[in-house]
Design a protein around this ligand. Structure first.
Ligand code: GLN
Length: 195
């Protein structure tokens, strides 16, 4: 199994370190042709406008959209989640439009308002997952087929729709492998819902 990580900008090395710790092969995706080599892809946190701009210039954007629509499993964290959403509230910017969720950028405030706190993951019996929020987006107008996997103060922060997983926080900045492991299960089941 080879996991791609979109590596144009943002926290891609941190995701790679997580996958290495799990004994998994990863591949830093920089070009459209790199998409042939992977079984799933992570879109990291960073700056969604920069990632969109760079990937559109490289034709990576359109090719990625095709693969994701065909069912390539994807995990978008923070800026990556923004790119996967159906629309950005109060902005007319293009998204990949894969998950039936609208996002509000920087919903929790600016860089200085970054914080970490404990949440519970619906798929894990162990309590207290430490979630790191950095200029995190808010998820709104969530469609009926989207599964809620975690919330923070009654707000959704981890969501899944078939082959698409999104978090508003940064699982790659902790030592906790549970969410990356959950994404590996999605890849193994090729995007089908696992109960
Ligand atoms: N606020 C950033 C954006 O809109 C995302 C922040 C992050 O990925 N940590 O792209």
């Amino acid at each position: 199994m080879n996991i791609g990580i979109l590596s144009l900008q943002g926290a891609f090395i941190e995701h790679q370190k997580m996958l290495t710790r799990m004994g998994l092969n990863s591949f830093l995706v920089k070009e459209a042709s790199d998409l042939d080599k992977i079984d799933g892809i992570i879109l990291p946190g960073g700056e969604s406008t920069s990632m969109r701009y760079i990937s559109q210039r490289k034709e990576l954007w359109s090719e990625l959209k095709i693969r994701l629509n065909r069912g390539l499993p994807v995990f978008g964290t923070c800026a990556g989640a923004i790119l996967l959403s159906k629309a950005i509230i109060e902005e007319n910017a293009e998204t990949l439009g894969l998950i039936d969720v609208q996002v509000r950028r920087n919903a929790y405030g600016r860089q200085i308002d970054s914080f970490e706190d404990f949440i519970n993951l619906k798929f894990s019996p162990e309590k207290d997952y430490l979630a790191v929020f950095i200029r995190a987006p808010g998820f709104e107008k969530i469609g009926p087929h989207v599964e809620l996997l975690a919330e923070y103060q009654s707000q959704p922060v981890l969501l899944r729709e078939n082959n698409i997983l999104i978090s508003s926080f940064h699982p790659e900045l902790t030592d906790d492998l549970r969410i990356h492991s959950y994404f590996m299960d999605i890849i193994k089941s090729k995007g089908r819902r696992i109960n």
